[in-house]
Every structure is written in structure tokens, then in C-alpha cells.
Write a protein that binds this ligand. Structure first.
Ligand SMILES: [Zn+2]
Length: 413
């Protein structure tokens, strides 16, 4: 332990807890299938609650089934410092996405408890419900309800593919919890920190173990319907056709042309439904998705305006309806939290660099209600949402050591 540090993080204990957690929902190929509010997640919650109780932490939950482990501070009325991520996975998930943030938080708190140092503020380790959206869409249900972006009654009505509601699945989870008290939502948070795997390759390529996340890329998603008229492929003359597919092709090509002028712009049209989808019929109707993303909100706004302009110009003789379904501006994390993460890393002699997150995380929601930040570690080849997901034990340890020092600072304020 260096003279500058207050805590001792046990990298072996961190790794072993992460591997034990990966047993809940383990896939034969080494991956994890632990979708939200399933029996696998119930068992994983039980394990986390047991680990927490061993350390003297008190478990709490709420009507969104978010799970908290509280280390009581000497001034328990002060808003707590919250750290964590999620334990649900994609059906073809890995061992690290989400789980690392929760287990890292637990280990950092373990290190603080072992140090004997008393914190002014309470520290809570959280596992937010349904970050992944694989079972109930949209995702980030727990953090959205907690931060009042989504009402609990809206969340309760969301159904999975089998027709089971979020409310019904949630009730099973809460009933299975072992004496975990139900608490109100939306209480004030002093600061929020989320460790996570990068799910990209910048850290790996740079050979840097720690990314201090500056923000999360904004997204807009649309559904566009082009309405034409069915006609005989052999007899209908070009001048009278209202071909919804050709209009779609012109529109997509033109939007891509606009997007291509902006470096780093991501434009995706991943879903297309054609009616009647018959080889000898002029397409009557096309429904397609648009997904646009960029670090700079102005660039997203620019392409947003271009989409409406291009659809009007290129729809030809068809009618068109553009419906925006998601608008999430870019998030910029709290500058003070970022500089504190950097200072802790510097004190420990751990190299770090700023990175921007192209993927969404619960920290987006928390950033609307509290100073928030994220710590990224590299993951091999950037692979995530896959049994191939892998991060090096020493990177997990490094991030958790930084986290423990950061929590000591934040909880002493
Ligand atoms: Zn995640």
C-alpha cells in the first residue's frame, strides 16, 4: 500500500466474485444469459445481498427492483455517494458488461470497510434494473424510474415477448429477495460513479488501462413510412408509378451523403419492411428505421433537419411520414468528478486518458440528477454482448483501486 492511498483493493477477491457472479445464468460457451428479472437474476441478487451483509452493508430495493447495498456514514442524513452499474445481461452476454461495475463497487467498499476509516457520507452500491433492454424495451428502466424520466406505472405496463409484464416479473423478484427492505425512490445523490468495460478499442489500441469518460454520444431514432401504390411490375408505366421502395432508396442515399460530410457521423437504417414484398408488384409501402449519432449535438441537429428536407424532396409521388421515436442529446459528465478520477489515478501512478462513450449507460440518467462520472477499462478487441467478452484482471484491479480512493474522497466531503 502506497503512502498516498487509504485503501487496499484485493484483486483476487474482486476477480473471484466476478467469476462467481458469472455462474448465475452461465452459458455452455462460457458466456452469461442473465436477463433482467429472471430466476437467474434472482439468484445473482441473493449472492450480492449475502456478500453485502458479510461486510455489514444493509440491502434495500424499490418498486423498480433496483438493488442497493448501503454502507452507513457517520452523518447518515447526508445524500450518499452511489456507485455501481447493472447485473442483467443480453441473452448472449459476457461476464463483464454491467457486472464489473457492481462488483468493483462492492470491492471498493470492502476495501474501505477493511481500512477501518469512517466516512461522513453513506456509500451505496447499486445494481440498476433492466439496463440491457433485451427482455423489456426500452432499457435502463431502473435508472429511468429512479430519476423520474419514466413513471413506475409506465414501466409496469411494459411486456416481454411472452406477454409477461414488468410488474409481474418485478413482483416475483421482490418476493424472492431475502428480507430486503423496500424504499422510496428519487432521494438525492451526492455523486454517482459507474465503472464499466469500454466496449470499444481506443484504450486497448492506446495501451492505456483507464478511460475517464467525458460523456455519452447522443442518439436520435426515427421510423419513416413511405406510402405509394401497388401496381403491375410489367404493365405500370414509370410516369404513373408511386414506388415506395425507389423513394426509400433515394432518401437513404441522400441522407448518407449528408452524413458522410461530417467526420465521425454514424448513420444506420437497420430495419426495412416492404409491403406487399412481392417480386412482381411495385412496392406499396415501406417502413424503415433511421438511427443517427454523433458526439456533437449540433451535428445531430443538422442531420435531423436534413432528414425532413430530404424526405420531402425525394419522396416523389409518394406520401411520407417521419416519426421521431428517441431523442437523447449527448451527455457531458461532471468536470469535477472527471478531474477527481484523474487525480486518484495520478496518485496511484495509473495511466489514464479521456474517452467518449459511444454506447448508452445508466450513468446517462444519473447525470441528470447528480454529478456523475464513469471509469472505463479496456475489453479485448472491443467485443461485448458476447461470450467472448474479456477484460484483464489487472485492469479490473486498477480501476477498482482508483474507485476506492475516489469514494473515500467523495464520501468525506
Ligand atoms: Zn452495461
Amino acid at each position: 500500500m502506497s503512502a498516498k492511498t487509504y485503501t487496499y483493493v484485493d484483486g483476487d477477491r474482486l476477480w473471484s466474485r466476478l467469476m462467481i457472479l458469472a455462474e448465475y445464468g452461465k452459458r455452455p460457451d462460457g458466456g452469461v444469459d442473465r436477463q433482467t428479472l429472471t430466476n437467474e437474476e434472482i439468484a445473482a441478487r441473493g449472492q450480492i445481498v449475502r456478500w453485502g451483509r458479510e461486510l455489514g452493508l444493509t440491502p434495500f430495493t424499490d418498486v423498480a427492483a433496483n438493488l442497493f447495498l448501503r454502507l452507513e456514514g457517520t452523518l447518515p442524513d447526508l445524500p450518499p455517494v452511489v456507485v455501481g452499474s447493472h447485473i442483467d445481461s443480453q441473452p448472449t452476454g459476457g461476464k463483464f458488461d454491467g457486472a464489473f461495475g457492481v462488483i468493483s463497487g462492492l470491492e471498493a467498499v470492502n476495501a474501505i470497510v477493511s481500512s477501518g476509516k469512517k466516512m461522513r457520507r453513506s456509500i451505496e452500491v447499486v445494481a440498476w434494473t433492466n439496463e440491457e433492454a433485451s427482455r423489456f424495451a426500452p432499457g435502463m428502466t431502473g435508472s429511468c424510474v429512479f430519476t423520474n424520466k419514466l413513471s413506475i406505472s409506465q414501466a409496469e405496463g411494459i411486456k416481454d415477448a411472452a406477454g409477461i409484464s414488468f410488474a409481474a416479473a418485478r413482483d416475483l423478484v421482490l418476493a424472492a429477495d431475502d428480507r430486503v427492505a423496500l424504499r422510496d425512490m428519487g432521494w438525492p445523490i451526492a455523486s454517482y460513479v459507474e465503472p464499466h468495460i469500454e466496449q470499444a478499442t481506443r484504450l486497448e489500441e492506446a495501451g492505456v488501462p483507464i478511460g475517464i469518460v467525458t460523456g455519452i454520444q447522443g442518439t436520435r431514432r426515427y421510423r419513416v413510412t413511405i406510402l405509394g401504390e401497388p401496381a403491375h411490375a410489367g404493365t405500370a408505366e414509370r410516369e404513373v408509378r408511386r414506388d415506395a421502395m425507389l423513394a426509400t432508396a433515394r432518401i437513404l442515399t441522400a441522407i448518407d451523403g449528408e452524413a458522410a460530410r461530417i467526420p465521425g457521423f454514424k448513420f444506420t437504417a437497420g430495419m426495412v419492411n416492404v409491403k406487399p414484398n412481392a417480386p412482381s408488384v411495385v412496392p406499396q409501402e415501406v417502413l424503415f428505421s433511421l438511427d443517427i449519432r454523433h458526439v456533437d449535438d449540433n451535428a445531430v441537429d443538422e442531420i435531423d433537419a436534413a432528414i425532413y428536407r430530404i424526405v420531402e424532396r425525394e419522396k416523389g409521388r409518394c406520401d411520407a411520414i417521419v416519426k421521431e421515436i428517441t431523442h437523447a442529446p449527448s451527455v457531458h459528465f461532471d468536470a469535477i468528478v472527471q478531474s477527481k478520477i484523474a487525480a486518484c489515478a495520478d496518485a496511484l501512478g495509473i495511466p489514464h486518458m479521456p474517452v467518449f462513450s459511444a454506447a448508452g449507460h445508466d450513468a446517462r440518467q444519473l447525470s441528470y440528477v447528480a454529478p456523475a462520472g464513469m471509469i472505463f477499462i479496456p475489453c479485448r478487441k472491443g467485443i461485448s454482448h458476447s461470450p467472448e467478452e474479456w477484460s484483464e484482471p489487472e485492469h479490473l484491479s486498477a480501476a477498482t483501486q482508483i474507485l476506492a480512493e475516489l469514494l473515500v474522497q467523495l464520501a468525506s466531503e
